[in-house]
Design a protein around this ligand. Sequence first.
Ligand code: ADP
Length: 223
Amino acid sequence: MDTGALLVILGKQGAGKGTQCVMLSRYYAIPHISSGDMLRSNVRQKTPLGIKAKAAMDAGELIPDEIVTEMIKARLLQDSAISTGFILDGFPRTVSQAKALDDYILPNKFDAVINLDVPQAVVLKRLASRRVCQDCQAVYSTSMPPKVNWTCDICGGEVVQRDDDTEESILRRLELYDKETYPLIDYYTKANILKNINGVGATEVVLKRSIKAIDSALKLRKD
Ligand code: ADP
């Protein structure tokens, strides 16, 4: 079975995962599967999952592992994502989620786990000024707004501050990142698939760094 690329992206809130994933998903022609986007879409559509998850998300708490794992597994079964490749963003976020994913797809099947590395001071600044399109999730900032009156340049959707981009929630999410998600760096280093990418710099420059690392992993797989 030939796949595009099987990728996971890790990185703190505000590291630029969403922006990089949109570009990587175009470059490798693979779907961008974001647990946060899926949950926010459930919240907007007021599904039972969305109604249950909203308060925890706004407060920056994690959704229970089993619920998120089921949601992602169901998504991976759609349009044969596993055979065509994908980039997973926001999942796994805990060691328990990584183990659940292992039961499904062995770590050595992944081409790379990208760790987008950005210092805390930089992410805090980015998060405070971040604005996103409610419809297509394109990311803007107060210093780089859309061209016309907070209307998305790409899809015309409304560009807003996320409900969980409050100071309190941002600090809680960063705290949980260190406690729950950071151990995954060790987990995937041991599996020999972690690629550390410097996430500071222009988006195109960061993209080139990621592509270089992924392409060398893909070449190794083909050789
Ligand atoms: P961020 O990385 O900025 O916190 P995300 O869009 O990845 O944003 O996630 C938003 C929220 O959705 C999280 O704070 C959490 O409540 C929930 N969430 C997303 N992915 C997961 C996950 N894998 N496990 C548990 N909760 C999750």
